[in-house]
Design a protein around this ligand. Structure first.
Ligand code: PMP
Length: 378
């Protein structure tokens, strides 16, 4: 019933939504920037420049509201990966800071922390894929008072398991120990707003928006403790022969000309999702996912809209043969190599649902999957 919003969705059975989502017509057609007010922002006094600035800031306000933050708390980036790199750098982490992160995370939420000089302790998951809260509590108790800052960073919904972590409980625990929280919301922002957390990252392309734009939301109380990330034009109040001063707030993290058209398209994507209704979409996806779980047995039973499974044949062969039948799934390490290899050294196959999928897609997947399995076991 939702397919009509997506022009590309004709011949494919697209079950690779945890990699990127398709783009609705409303977002594709949002080209006002190039047609009507193509100018640089925050620097040009002319009418076009003023209008472009206004629209860009309007987009910031809409996207921030969608994420649960204020408009002066959202930095536009390129994607989730850049958002987390920005955060890991701007926090100027030192050896007297501790980052707590599940070792099972997407590489984007692992490597930026490893790249810093902060201490890292890895959080464990239970056999169902949930963060072990007793272990987290013990770690927080043990490390209390030893570090200047403790940051807990985790994906609210995992891109491998689809498991939705008990984010509210983690927030309560963090608060009890005065720890900071960063949520990697790449997989969950379509479904949830965030409040009560310090930092949130997400990408436009997993939110039915364009590629090349993402966001880092920062509770504004942290800005005065954050350093610059990339530096250059657009983020300064004064540059002298020796020395410079930077502007405050979000703008300080958007050096150079940003992706203005992308911000406007992302605004459209947020409005599109809001119009359809986040709760309705989630409920629909959950129902469809149950049907998919009747066909393949997921490694993680509780995955919200993701079904990741082991295969007897090589996972790459299964995904390639399915691809030949116009069924799009992912296989391999799924950008979380430690986690995936702990289950199968060869990789896994992942089918991920969006609201534009329907029961016919699941039936076609079922038929194709059975054919592929038969062929590969001959
Ligand atoms: N974290 C999670 C949970 C993800 O699902 C993804 C994308 N698959 C990322 C981070 C990285 O997103 P991007 O490639 O857009 O930076």
């Amino acid at each position: 019933m939702y397919k009509r919003y997506f022009p590309e969705y004709k011949d494919h059975i697209y079950l690779d939504n945890a990699a990127t989502t398709m783009t609705p017509v409303k977002v594709i057609m949002e080209y006002n920037y190039y047609w009507k007010f193509n100018a640089n922002i925050h620097r040009s006094p002319h009418k076009l420049g003023q209008e472009a600035t206004e629209k860009y800031e309007q987009a910031r306000a809409v996207v921030a509201e969608f994420a649960g933050f204020n408009s002066n708390e959202l930095i536009f980036t390129r994607n989730t990966t850049e958002s987390i790199n920005l955060l890991a750098n701007a926090l100027t982490l030192s050896a007297s800071d501790l980052v707590l992160v599940p070792w099972t995370e997407h590489h984007a939420n692992l490597l930026p922390w490893r790249h810093s000089i902060a201490d890292i302790e890895y959080l464990e998951l239970d056999e169902n894929g949930y963060i072990d809260l007793t272990g987290l509590n013990e770690t927080l108790k043990r490390t209390k008072g030893i570090y200047d800052r403790i940051l807990i960073s985790f994906a609210h919904i995992g891109n491998i398991s689809g498991i939705q972590q008990p984010y509210k409980k983690i927030v309560t625990l963090a608060k009890a120990y005065n720890a900071l929280i960063h949520v990697d919301a790449a997989q969950s922002i379509v479904k949830y707003k965030y409040s009560d957390v310090d930092f949130v990252s997400f990408s436009g392309h997993k939110l039915y928006g364009p590629t090349g734009i993402g966001c880092l939301c920062v509770n504004k109380k942290h800005f005065d403790k954050m350093d610059t990330y990339q530096v250059g034009g657009g983020i300064v109040t004064e540059v002298k022969k020796h020395g410079q001063t930077y502007i405050d707030g979000c703008g300080k993290y958007e050096a150079g000309t940003p992706n203005i058209a992308g911000a406007l398209q992302l605004q459209k994507a947020c409005e599109f999702i809001t119009e359809l209704g986040r709760e309705e979409l989630l409920a629909y996806e959950k129902e469809l996912t149950i049907k998919l779980k009747e066909i393949v047995t997921p490694v993680w039973e509780d995955g919200v809209n993701i079904v990741t499974f082991k295969t007897d044949a090589h996972p790459g062969d299964v995904a390639t043969l399915l691809g030949g039948k116009n069924i799009a799934v992912r296989s391999g390490m799924l950008c979380a190599e430690p986690y995936v290899k702990s289950i199968d050294e060869r990789g896994l196959v992942r089918a991920s649902i969006s609201f534009y999928n329907d029961i016919k897609d699941i039936e076609k997947f079922s038929k194709a999957y059975n054919e592929v399995c038969q062929l590969l076991t001959k």
